[in-house]
Design a protein around this ligand. Structure first.
Ligand code: NZQ
Ligand code: ZN
Length: 380
């Protein structure tokens, strides 16, 4: 095992009717709220109206920033931070999926400083304080609700980058599985794929830790059992509940106990597809993972075979395991090659250039330009 520190300050509220204490929770921080949300799902579902009515009735002064894009961009973060600064907000209420909550984390540390928000991603600025963040999660996938990470795109610089600090954990996250019932089939599948990929990133990291490996296998098995059931019955609360719980556990630290790092090379490469072609995050991972395992099987074969026997309850070769995992992604309806997305043009060159520019790499399995070219050939 590797030495590790376990730290997670987020209070999680999970289940039905949990929003009844939203007002009391926000009140701990003050009464000027910055409400942040996405392109429209919260308005369509009625959640926006409900929250607005509740907050106004309870005397909160609400400013808002709507329109955060999926694969969020730095311009929205800046614009929302400017509103928060001008209105002297006491607390941020993020209502949405990973894109909204990630953006809100960066908004929370940008409001108190003069620096541009992107400075946190380059290391030019370190957060000094954060406006408290309360999140209401509407899409089970990223785990952002209980971790400090935020991933934002800067198209002007051609980068999709991650940032995290002890200051960027949400103070409270509200997870009512009922709020995810409106997530459409495709994003529900991408969410299941994303949580599986988070487990794999931990699995391929550094540190031998049998107990944590068992956590990982359990979480993936939960997704393998209930993911397909949910996709066949999108309005089923019980299945939504299971996937939401699994997604949070997949990236809240517990799959990392006893490891010094995860790998994250597949995420790093997947971000290039999202950056260049706006590929949904989960779909980018189901495209890159099989290719990554095939290309790096000489370096990771042992772990791939262990993963295979843990997940599929029989002895499998490395190749068979990779085939099974690829089939699993296909059975969720996710793409496993870029060609499945039918994007026109020559993609090899821009992807390669962007991988070089973004220094795509893993924490354990290191990549060079030859690896990039081989990976691209496998996943195009
Ligand atoms: O924008 P709206 O209208 O809200 O629609 C969203 C969006 O179109 C929609 N949606 C969300 N909740 C819904 C809903 N539609 C119907 N009903 C609901 N209840 O779903 C679409 C996707 O939303 P988005 O927030 O983009 O998805 P996700 O949660 O998968 O987040 C993806 C982002 O998170 C980053 C990804 O890179 C990507 O930018 N990640 C963040 C991580 C973290 N913070 O730990 C880790 C991940 O590996 C990942 O990198
Ligand atoms: Zn992910």
């Amino acid at each position: 095992m590797e030495n590790f520190i376990a730290y997670n300050p987020t209070t999680l509220h999970f289940g039905r009717n949990i929003l009844t204490i939203l007002g009391a929770t926000l009140e701990e921080y003050g009464n000027r709220v910055l409400l942040v949300y996405g392109k429209g799902s919260v308005r369509k579902s009625g959640l926006y109206d409900k929250i607005m009515a509740d907050l106004k009735m309870q005397g909160f002064v609400v400013s808002e920033y709507g329109g955060i894009k999926s694969n969020p961009v730095i311009e929205d973060v800046e614009a929302a931070a400017a509103i928060g600064r001008e209105r002297h907000v006491d607390v941020i209420l993020a209502v949405g999926g990973g894109s909204v909550i990630d953006s809100s984390k960066i908004i929370s540390v940008t409001i108190p400083v003069q620096n541009p928000a992107w400075d946190f991603f380059t290391g030019k600025a370190k957060p000094v304080s954060a406006i408290p963040l309360v999140a209401i999660l509407t899409l089970a996938a990223t785990g952002t609700e209980m971790n400090p990470f935020a991933v934002v795109t800067n198209h002007a610089l051609g980068q999709k980058s991650a940032f995290g600090s002890p200051l960027t954990f949400p103070k409270h996250s509200f997870l009512d599985p009922g709020l995810t019932i409106t997530v459409p089939l495709d994003y529900t599948a991408y969410g299941v794929a994303d949580l599986i990929a988070h487990c794999f990133e931990a699995w391929f990291g550094i540190g031998e830790t049998t107990l944590t490996d068992r956590f990982v296998i359990s979480i993936v098995k939960e997704a393998m059992e209930f993911g397909p059931k949910l996709l066949g019955d999108l309005k089923n609360y019980k299945y939504r509940e299971k996937i939401m719980f699994a997604a949070t556990m997949a990236l809240n630290g517990m799959t990392m106990y006893g490891r010094s790092t995860g790998d994250w090379g597949v995420h790093s490469a997947g971000h290039i597809l999202s950056l260049l072609y706006d590929v949904p995050h989960g779909a980018s991972l189901t495209i890159v993972y099989p290719a990554w395992m095939r290309h790096f099987r000489d370096r990771t074969g042992n772990r791939i075979a262990q993963l295979g026997s843990g997940l599929f309850d029989k002895q499998l070769t490395v190749e068979e395991t990779i085939d099974h995992i690829e089939d699993l992604f296909k059975s969720l309806g996710c793409p496993t090659h870029v060609s499945d997305l039918k994007i026109a043009g020559d993609l090899r060159k821009p992807i390669l250039e962007s991988m070089i520019h973004n220094k795509v790499n893993g924490g354990n399995v290191k990549m060079n330009e030859e690896d990039y070219a081989a990976l691209i050939a496998l996943f195009l």
